[in-house]
Write a protein that binds this ligand. Structure first.
Ligand code: NDP
Ligand code: 2IT
Length: 451
């Protein structure tokens, strides 16, 4: 990076931090993008004159609201509700809703910012947004979750709509929560539209949407592996998380011939050296989605596996790692362990799971490393396909959706190669994804004037 561009990045980041104090995850996400796109911006000075990057980091709208609800014992609780509508230059706002105790404005803004570039990469017309609450569904009854979702939607419904903003799931928001949210939306607005995605199969949901993020991450990894003449066949895969993304990443990796040996939750991880077979994964799905239990129960069912309390799985030797739980779950020590143990491919299912220091370790070691905004885009892409089906009032077959998903992941990979290939031939997928995602949004903003 030349000196002028370096100064531009440093000045930009200093101003961002001063204007958004304490929002560390947001700073981290912005820095990653700005480092990638700054050479393009300084080479096209009209983008600087028009303050495109400055506009991109200021959300078009932030909605924050009170979510009061009553638990089963009659006690009242107050949670915070958020919707960050980051950028609508290429389509209606689109992005998931997260219910987790850690949710705060910084996390909402980082996720909405990432979503803007991810959605641009999908090639579909979707802007960027994210929402959520510091409510944790963990340990709550179905009735409590329903009352919470109804209260949350009572406020959110005035800010969303099929051509305005279309939420979906994320951590803590799956089929059950989308159902309760949709029911309340429909009741208050008196309209049956595709305003949420990830809906049930009987009421507008797309086939393959539950599978899409995990499957898409594997399709993306397949493309990366192919650049080195490799495939999933016979490879050992370490996966974190045990939720929606992790389950379907494990399912597809296994179907493609790999052996998946770990899954985790926020309490610890399980290591099954024999591999988590289709049958064992069926047990995990029931455990997590129906019984809503903890991953440690796996070792009671399958005693040849081990449970490691309060640890992450990155010390287990593998060929391919797929972080599918949460942000900053791979730090520099974890990255060193992965590299030292022979891991050569990291495909992110989660959003920003790797710290900047860990990314540098992967890239210096020339690993195949893809950022979430590229490799987990299959989820929101299939949400986009659900929106299309809802608008047309028809339903595509699973094969049709899967084929489109596959094509989109392959196109995202090509875009990363186009913009991210370095002089020595190494594909910097971070750079590629950021520049490819940025150009489309930036050009759209230029064309739409100062708004
Ligand atoms: P789920 O709620 O279904 O699963 C989340 C999993 O991650 C759980 O096993 C959970 O464990 C674990 N987890 C959550 N928070 C933490 C934490 N702070 N530390 C350790 N483990 C944690 O969510 P998803 O599978 O939908 O989401 C996983 C990741 O993928 C997130 O980063 C999300 O943003 C991203 N993503 C999701 C998409 C989707 O379509 N759902 C699309 C694209 C990205 P526990 O039960 O203990 O909380
Ligand atoms: O981070 C993500 O891309 C999601 N949680 C999915 C968003 C969506 O609208 O399907």
């Amino acid at each position: 990076m030349d000196k002028f561009t370096r100064n531009y990045v440093d000045g930009f980041m200093a101003e961002l931090i001063a204007k958004n104090p304490g929002e560390t995850e947001f700073h981290q996400a912005v820095r990653e993008v700005v480092e990638s796109v700054a050479p393009y911006v300084t080479a096209n000075p009209y983008l600087m004159d028009l303050k495109i990057l400055e506009r991109m980091v200021e959300p078009e709208r932030v909605i924050m609201f009170r979510v009061p609800w009553m638990d089963d014992r009659g006690e009242i609780h107050i949670n915070k509700g958020y919707r960050v509508q980051m950028n609508s230059s290429i389509g209606p706002y689109k992005g998931g809703i997260r219910f987790h105790s850690s949710v705060n404005l910084s996390i909402m803004k980082f996720l909405a910012f990432e979503q803007t570039f991810k959605n641009s990469l999908t090639t579909l017309p979707m802007g960027g947004a994210k929402g959520g609450s510091d409510f944790s569904p963990r340990g709550k009854s179905d009735a409590e979750v329903m009352r919470f979702c109804q209260s949350f939607m009572t406020e959110l419904q005035r800010h969303i709509g099929p051509d305005t903003d279309v939420p979906a799931g994320d951590i803590g928001v799956g089929g059950r929560e989308v159902g309760f949210l949709f029911g309340q939306y429909k009741r208050l607005r008196d309209e049956f539209t595709g305003t949420l995605t990830g809906k049930g199969q009987n009421w507008g949901g797309s086939l393959m949407r539950p599978e899409a993020t995990g499957y898409g991450a594997c399709y993306f990894a397949q493309e990366m592996l192919a650049t080195r003449g490799k495939s999933f066949e016979g490879q050992t895969v370490v996966i974190s998380g045990a939720g929606n993304v992790a389950q379907y990443a494990a399912e597809k990796a296994t179907a493609l011939g790999a052996k998946v040996v770990t899954l985790s939750d926020s309490d610890g991880f399980i290591y099954d050296p024999d591999g988590i077979s289709v049958e064992k994964l069926g047990y995990v799905k029931k455990l997590k989605n129906v019984i809503r239990g903890r991953i440690k129960e796996y070792v009671k069912e399958y005693p040849s596996a081990q449970y490691f309390e309060h640890q992450r799985p990155w010390g287990i030797s593998c060929d391919i790692a797929m972080p599918c739980a949460t942000q900053n779950e791979i730090d520099a020590d974890d990255a060193r362990k992965l590299v030292d143990n022979g891991c050569y491919c990291v495909a992110e299912g989660a959003n920003m799971p790797t710290t900047p220091e860990a990314i540098a370790i992967f890239q210096n070691a020339k690993l195949l490393y893809s950022p979430g905004k590229a490799s987990n885009a299959g989820g929101v892409a299939t949400s986009g396909l659900e929106m299309s089906q809802n608008s047309m009032r028809l339903k595509w077959t699973a094969e049709e959706v899967d084929e489109k998903l596959h094509g989109i992941m392959s196109d995202i990979h090509s875009a990363c190669v186009k913009y991210g290939t370095e002089e020595d031939g190494y594909v910097n997928y971070v750079k590629g994804a950021n520049i490819a995602g940025f150009i489309k949004v930036a050009n759209s903003m230029v064309e739409q004037g100062l708004v």
